[in-house]
Ligand binder design. Sequence first.
Ligand SMILES: O=C([O-])C(=O)C[C@H](O)[C@@H](O)C(=O)[O-]
Ligand SMILES: [Mg+2]
Length: 429
Amino acid sequence: MNLTVTDVILTPILVADPPLLNTQGVHQPYTPRLVVEVVTADGTTGVGETYGDTKYLELARPFAEKLKGRQVSDLNALAALADEVAVDASRVSGQVDVGGLRGVQTADKLRLSVVSAFEVACLDALGKALGLPVHALLGGKLRDSVEYSAYLFYKWAEPPGGAPAEKDDWGAALDPAGIVEQARRFTERYGFTSFKLKGGVFPPDEEVAAVRALAAAFPGHPLRLDPNGAWSVATSLKVAEEVGGLLEYLEDPALGTPAMAEVAAGTDVPLATNMCVTTFAEIEEAFTRDAVQVVLSDHHYWGGLRATQHLAALCAAFGVGVSMHSNTHLGISLAAMTHVASTVPNLHHACDTHYPWQSEDVLTARVPISGGRVAVPDGPGLGVELDRERLAFLHRRWLEDDGRLRDRDDAAALRVADPRWVTPAVPRW
Ligand SMILES: O=C([O-])C(=O)C[C@H](O)[C@@H](O)C(=O)[O-]
Ligand SMILES: [Mg+2]
């Protein structure tokens, strides 16, 4: 068996994304992703997926060159190898991730967001070569399926300004009745039993009303509300008082560890985050101040599947819960998320996934979600197969784009509807 990396193929693509609203703006009609293929001397190919914006591509290209000649089993060396790749300072100084949806931007976080796709691709190749599933390489699954939550969004029926887009059949959801209808569709199509509402879009009273409507329509089902740090401490506490009893957790009500610590001190509602704890360096302050009770892991920006396991172990040591965050992603990542989630003993919450919003994929078969769960694949590697025609088609879309869609910008997408729109200052309410 020769596990030497002989080739690395990077394919940036644009995938259809519906007009989902968040506190920054609205999703663009097409969003960038990067598909990474690692090829070994034996001809085995492993796949991974990560963010595809220009700043990630800039790092992925030199990193891919460095990987050639290494072993796909050389996983512990990946982070150090990435440190050798220079990050353009203008990409990180004073920047936030996705307009602030994923915390601050640092050179390390950028590198880890690239490393993660290569780690997944190496694990896929290694698993295929050894005839073992990725979860076995991570120490073995603890469960046969992983639970996901329905990720509810306020959304428009169509993108603003008649921009070219793929049609979606979800329709608009702009009030409590629309959100309940969307949740019903999620349960009919995928069997989800737990629900997360992306908030920070409308004044908190309207989102409180939506949570109440969901609780009435789905009594006893776990609910979460996530305004992405759009509220003040006072507003967060008011919402916690009003609907905290209906929530499994309240996610990033206020921005940053000090504000989250203040909210946590004033309520018994558990607070979750994918914004103030996004790197290992941010853990100490947040945990010692008891600012968060649940951390949302995400292998993409924490640095991979093994980093996710390390994060979960740290959370266990501090008595902090673990859940899983999701950005727009395809089936490669859903498979990777499912493999790692199956190995984490203290993952007691349904994971987030954007996958149902993605009508397009790069796989020969979509990853099925049924009963709100994804079965943990037991075949070699991730258990997914690339559809090269689809990949080439989505890559052509990226090549033909004039550059406007190659970097996700939710505020710019909303300016098509409202030319005066700027990313709102926080706290917004
Ligand atoms: O806080 C979160 O859960 C997210 O940021 C998830 C996604 O980024 C979501 O908000 C989005 O894409 O609009
Ligand atoms: Mg969140």
